[in-house]
Each structure stands twice: as C-alpha cells, then as structure tokens.
Write a protein that binds this ligand. Structure first.
Ligand code: SF4
Length: 436
C-alpha cells in the first residue's frame, strides 16, 4: 500500500556536510510516502518464469497486490497472499502448520513452480514468524526438485525497489560456487526488460565477453555461479544488500555510471570493457552506432526538456541517475534530487556529475519537501503516485516515478523513450493550457 508513516519522534531536517568532499545533504526522518517492497513482485514475477511469490501477509497486502497487478486475475498468477490473521505468540505453532498446508496445496496444484519464494510483510503476526526457518523446513520436503527461499518485503523495512534488493540477495545464497575456469565471468545485477538484456548480450558478445549472466535470471535453474573469478556490474542503483552478498562470495564490483541514456550506457559498457581488457578500437566500433542512435533519439525531446526546472521526490532510488541524464543529455536544470536511501558508494559517480547547486535529500519529511517544491515552482515534478494527482490539481506537471521502473529505459535503444517519459507530461500540460 502507499504508506504515510509518521515517525514524528525522529522527524527533522538536518543539513550537513557528511564528508569534506561530499555535497551538503538534507537528511529527513519524518513522514514518508513510498510503496512497500511487496510492489517489486509485480515486475519480479514476470522476470523469473518458474518462480512463485507467496506473500505471507494481511488482507491489506492482498488488496495492494490485487489492485496493483489486477490484470493477473485473468491468468494463472505467479504470486498470491497467505493471509495470517491475528494470533498471539502461543498460536505461532498453528501458523507454521497452516503455512506448510498452504504450500503443500500450492505445490500440488502448480507443478510448474521450481522456486517458491516466501515474502515477509509488516503485520506484527508475520514479523513474529521466522520465514527463513520455514523455508529451511519446507526445503527438507521439496528440495532439490523445488527450492524454497525467503526475504522480507515489509513496508517497515523496505521501499518498493528494496524488495528487489532483498530478493536478489536471497538468490545469491542459492548460487553455486564457480567451477575452476581461467576465464573471468560477468554478472549483470538488477532487473531490466528482456529486450534490453538481449541487446546487452549482443554488445558483450561483440566485445568477446561470453561468460555473461543476468541476476535475476529468467529461470531459477539458470542462476549464475559465483566466486573470486566473477565480476559484477549493477544495472540498478538500489542493490546494496545484493552487492554485499556477492562480495561476500568473492565477486568483484565494477564501478560505473548506470546505463541510462547515451552517456550512462557508454560509461557502463566502457567500465565492463576495461575490466575485461577489450581493445579500445573494438569497443568504439561496437558502441558507436548505438551511441549515435541514442543521441539522435534524445535530441528529439531536448527542445521540450532544455532549461526545464525539475524536482525529484524520493521514490525508486534511481533519482540520482535520472537527474544526471536529465541534466547532461536533455539540458534540464535539476532543483532537488531526493532518494529514500543513498548507496553513496554505488552512486558516487552519478553525484559527481551534479553541480553543488543541486539539493540532495535522503529519506523524507513529506510536508517539508512539498513546501520546498512549491517554493521552487518547478516545470516538472517526478514523484510517487500519492503526490502526483494533488500536484496536478495545483497546476504542476508530474511524472510518476513507478513508471520508470516498469518501462524499458536502460541502454542505447531506450534512451529516446526515457527522454520521452519526461517530455510527455510537459507537452500534455502545454496542450491543456492551449485548449483551455
Ligand atoms: S507489507 Fe505492510 S506496507 Fe506493504 S501492503 Fe502489507 S501491510 Fe501494507
């Protein structure tokens, strides 16, 4: 559900210079408005074709999933909610039995499930349940033919993209150790549209890098092997827990910008190419056509976006990368970049691209942020759905951040679509004003 959490005892705005070289950062711990981690199941269940996500939650969780992914009721869905009613601690033994019974029924009815994912939520009855222990117990019955894993999508701990981070970190535990091989392998970490993965694969193959896997894989049996000869690159900026889990398994992180827009994609591919010692001329000849297509596609929207003042509320954690793209490639002026949580290490290259005049904020105190936004009077507000309509009613143009997670926006071929997503609401408002 779209939550308004009041943590007023922690509320407050603290402006501070974290480290000498870092820009001033507003840290807020007040009311925040973001979707919870369960929401990520909507794109994750489409990625991993043989996984089933069983949310252990309340009626609220079931309603969220049903309304957010309503179309699924017409097909055999690959997620469901096991509703846990109010229990005291003494009733927990029954809950475990009930969960085992639900899983048993599900496994019988759906032989296509190869990986069952138990997803924790935030009702107190669920917090009392140890889902990792439940997964261990269920694995004793169903593994190795079918694996059971668990992670938390609870709204208390996670924003919507952190649900993916927790899922991928749990998948890392399932990866086999790499077999001895002289050739280094690459894992691309973070959900991207299948069409984008296919484009990336063709580019890697042009570079001569053939041991490439994607996390999440399209099916649970294709999970990559991992070890000291594995390098990984992040395709999404919200994957701190997953990166740590891979590093604990010996894999090495390749730092880069994120592959959004021509500049981000080129920097990301160059970092990979350098790690794998790809000849620079070969690199240029492979990427040049894509770079040109991306530049031309973005140029079509530059005339709409150039000079536009944009305010990004914290939502997907992609905000620093989006701001860099909007500023460097579309010529927009960025006013504030909010992020629910900043993985400073992973986004340091993105932040270095933004001038000191851009306000950075981490966390949220939504009323204060709304006041800052209104005072700045931006041309476009990038925000969650809960804020979008009220801002539209006040006459602002808005873009829902969640659309950026559901749309293919990575890589050269999608750079124009990414620019178009921001240009569309500005064009629409322009048309409305003319019509009125
Ligand atoms: S996990 Fe928590 S925030 Fe998310 S839908 Fe369930 S009750 Fe709401």
């Amino acid at each position: 559900m779209n939550r308004m959490v009041n943590t007023s005892q922690l509320s407050g705005c603290a402006s501070e210079s974290a480290e000498k070289s870092e820009r001033p950062l507003i840290r807020e711990r007040g009311q925040h408005e973001v979707f919870c981690g369960l929401t990520s199941i909507i794109w994750l269940h489409r990625k991993m074709q043989d996984a089933f996500f069983l949310i252990v939650g309340s009626r609220t969780c079931a309603h969220l999933m049903q309304s957010a992914a309503g179309v699924m009721i017409f097909s055999e869905p690959r997620f469901a909610t096991a509703i846990i009613d109010e229990r005291d601690l003494a009733g927990m033994a029954d809950v475990h039995e009930e969960l085992d019974r639900v899983v048993e029924q599900l496994m019988k009815r759906r032989p296509d499930i190869r990986m069952l994912v138990l997803v924790g939520s935030c009702p107190s009855e669920v917090i009392k349940l140890d889902l990792s222990r439940a997964a261990e117990r269920l694995n004793r019955v169903h593994a190795p033919q079918r694996r059971v894993i668990s992670y938390s999508g609870s709204g208390i701990e996670t924003t919507f993209t952190q649900g993916e981070d927790n899922f991928l970190a749990a998948l890392v535990q399932e990866m086999r150790p790499e077999e001895a091989c002289d050739k280094a392998s690459l894992i691309v970490v973070g959900s991207m549209a299948d069409v984008v993965e296919d484009q990336m694969r063709r580019i890697f193959s042009g570079f001569g890098i053939d041991r490439v896997s994607f996390l999440p894989s399209r099916n649970s049996e294709e999970l990559a092997e991992v070890g000291p000869n594995t390098a990984f690159v992040l395709a999404q900026p919200y994957l701190g827990a997953t990166a740590q889990a891979l590093e604990r398994r010996g894999a090495r992180w390749i730092p880069a910008l994120f592959p959004l827009g021509e500049e981000g994609t080129t920097n990301w591919l160059k970092a990979i190419a350098d790690y794998f010692e790809v000849d620079p001329d070969r690199f240029d000849s492979i990427v040049e056509p894509g770079r040109n297509r991306a530049r031309q596609a973005v140029a079509k929207y530059r005339e709409v976006l150039e000079g536009k003042r944009i305010f990004l509320f914290p939502d997907s954690q992609m905000e620093p990368s989006l701001a860099r793209f909007l500023q460097n490639e579309a010529g927009a002026e960025i006013i504030e970049v909010g992020s629910p949580f900043l993985h400073r290490h992973h986004v340091s290259k993105e932040l270095a691209q933004l001038p000191d005049s851009v306000v950075m904020s981490e966390g949220q105190d939504v009323d204060r942020q709304i006041d800052r936004c209104r005072a700045a009077n931006p041309d476009l507000i990038v925000c969650g759905m809960g804020l979008g309509n009220p801002f539209e009613a006040e006459g602002f143009s808005t873009k829902w951040s969640i659309e950026l997670v559901f749309s293919p926006i990575h890589g050269y071929e999608q750079a124009g679509d990414l620019a178009e997503l921001f240009a569309r609401p500005i064009n629409r408002r322009g048309r409305l004003e003319v019509d009125v």
